[in-house]
Design a binder for this molecule. Structure first.
Ligand SMILES: [Zn+2]
Length: 275
């Protein structure tokens, strides 16, 4: 498939200085992989479509970025507060992962102190920016409400974000592939005559799942305690996931939530030795 070229910024319509956004945040790559490590570990981007894989040379590789369709301002100063809030969230998550897996909830006040309401909105703006990139990459557009939300003019109505724990990621002794992106699913809502989307990405033991549908979102959370959903694949298996059956499980990891159509997903992982 030839990659499309984009002529303007999907957010502000500017045609100047178009840049690429990371598909998964660069800070995650920097957290899991050292810069000089890429060659040695043979880090690859696996795209299931046509069974292709690409070697990633480093955290700035174009393979792990979206096409050039965000201007320098929108991808820079305009969305910097989103990025910072997202990074604060995951710094806290990594530091407290064991406890969070046990408690199955996150106290936003511990991450953002008394600014948790504003900062949680900024976190969601990062997610909505990511989702918009995925939609535009596939030839769709973010909804007007999503754009209004990013611009600070409206509450988020058209996107629901669900955080889901995947405890097995911590149970594995091998280098578990810590970063993955699920397929973007779309289906036509015949009643509303609209296209709806679902998708997710996973960072180690936490998945961010999202649903794009008109007015799907509830009002802003009243509580700073965020309840987390859990999926543990070990419940379906007699034995633990290990080095020899990881590939078998890998397919299930990526497909389980939204059906069995695995034609188009990709994930990033360390090259697992199958022996
Ligand atoms: Zn722009």
């Amino acid at each position: 498939m030839k990659s499309k070229s984009f002529k303007k910024c999907w957010w502000c319509n500017s045609t100047e200085d178009l840049t690429r956004e990371h598909k998964i945040k660069k800070t995650h790559f920097d957290y899991f992989y050292k810069k000089d490590e890429y060659k040695d570990i043979d880090l690859k981007l696996f795209k299931n479509e046509e069974d292709r894989s690409f070697i990633i040379q480093g955290p700035k590789s174009d393979f792990i970025k979206f096409p050039k369709f965000l201007c320098k301002v929108c991808n820079g100063s305009r969305s910097k507060p989103f990025d910072e809030s997202y990074d604060d969230f995951f710094s806290y998550f990594f530091e407290n992962e064991d406890e969070i897996l046990k408690e199955k909830r996150i106290d936003l006040e511990k991450i953002y102190q008394n600014q948790w309401r504003e900062k949680w909105i900024l976190f969601k703006k990062y997610i909505v920016k990511h989702i918009s990139c995925r939609l535009v990459e596939k030839g769709y557009s973010p909804t007007q409400n999503m754009l209004n939300f990013l611009n600070g003019n409206e509450k988020l109505k058209d996107v629901k974000v669900v955080l889901r724990l995947k405890p097995y990621a911590n149970q594995l002794s091998l280098d578990f592939p810590p970063l993955s992106i699920g397929r973007l699913y779309h289906h036509e809502n015949i009643i509303n005559n609209e296209i709806e989307f679902t998708g997710w990405f996973t960072v180690k033991s936490l998945s961010i799942e999202y649903f794009v549908q008109k007015n799907i979102s509830e009002a802003t959370p009243r509580s700073n305690l965020l309840r987390l959903h859990t999926t543990d694949y070990n419940m379906f298996s007699n034995g633990l996931i290990n080095r020899s059956n990881i590939n078998e499980w890998q397919t299930i990891f990526e497909d389980y939530q939204f059906g069995s159509d695995s034609e188009w997903y990709h994930f990033y992982m360390k090259n697992v030795d199958p022996s």
